[in-house]
Write a protein that binds this ligand. Sequence first.
Ligand code: ATP
Ligand code: LTN
Length: 334
Amino acid sequence: MLDGKKMLFSGMQATGTLTLGNYLGALKNWLTMSEEYECFYSVVDLHSITVRQDPAELRKRARNLLTLYIAAGLDPVKNCIYYQSHVSGHAELAWILNCFTYVGELNRMTQFKDKAAKHADNINAGLYTYPVLMAADILLFQADVVPVGIDQMQHLEITRDIAERFNNIYGDVFTIPEAYLGKTGAKIMSLQEPTKKMSKSDENPNASILLMDDTDTIIRKFKRAVTDSDNTILYKDEKPGIKNLIDIYSSVTGKTPAEVEKEFDGKGYGDFKLAVGETVADMLKPVQDKFNELSKDKEYIDGIIKANAEKASYVANKTLRKVKKKVGFPEMIR
Ligand code: ATP
Ligand code: LTN
């Protein structure tokens, strides 16, 4: 609790450019939660280096991501928006939690298996202990709730297990966090292979809608989206392409899948794809305009980075001091 409010923590990696999946699965939910919770939204750059990055490019992407959080509508005064690497407590707590995590648990992580297969030439220890760093992020801020997409559920479960294990030994140190999944949009699929999740790191440019894609590109990508050939707009598992487009349309408009089926009853895929494309483009346009405007204001963004790093460090240090004491580290002499 901070100022009588429950705590919320979430983050995104500064790898690649955000996709519509990141927006609908995570960012959009963040926007609605800032009144109710004390929110910490991090650009998790420590996580990003688990795969090789070009330094200049990483710095640029991290700043763009932080700017995009604000452009999407997160108020940087009400919400603490900061770089993970500016708060050393993340790495410190991750080390401690490493010593409370079993190799057997990490061996079960499906994201590790996927990423290891994708980056076979660089299966480093950081990629393996990535979930422990994520647990440290969440537990450092005593988060009650963590809004994420479905793909992160396994990491949330291991976080809870680590926290419970620690609490069982040392007493009530960590809040046990709950995941928050949106009603729709928790798993947006690739437009080219609708049984696979839409991912920033997909090599096929037509598979993902990027948040900064212009209207024509968005409409063209939806037009090319892979669907079946029966030309009926029905929400069914056997029609993964159309189901995904209905999910996207539902998530943007707030309509239920049944209402969407009704709206497009008797219409063909061409009309539907165009409507989805236009709706998504209309939603993203103001975010893009705001991003372009904010990007020019270096001083404003720098001010936010500085103030929020201080705020996040202050909160993080409270937990870290307690943890260090519990595990038996000697007190600092000042
Ligand atoms: P990559 O695919 O390169 O591993 P990513 O797109 O999963 O990266 P992250 O930074 O790891 O991006 O994820 C940020 C947030 O977006 C997480 O909460 C994640 O669950 C959510 N998310 C990512 N992809 C999707 C998707 N296709 N649908 C819904 N939510 C998603
Ligand atoms: N692993 C997450 C990003 C992430 C995160 C977090 C999300 C790192 N730390 C803490 C929520 C809470 C991902 O989306 N791939």
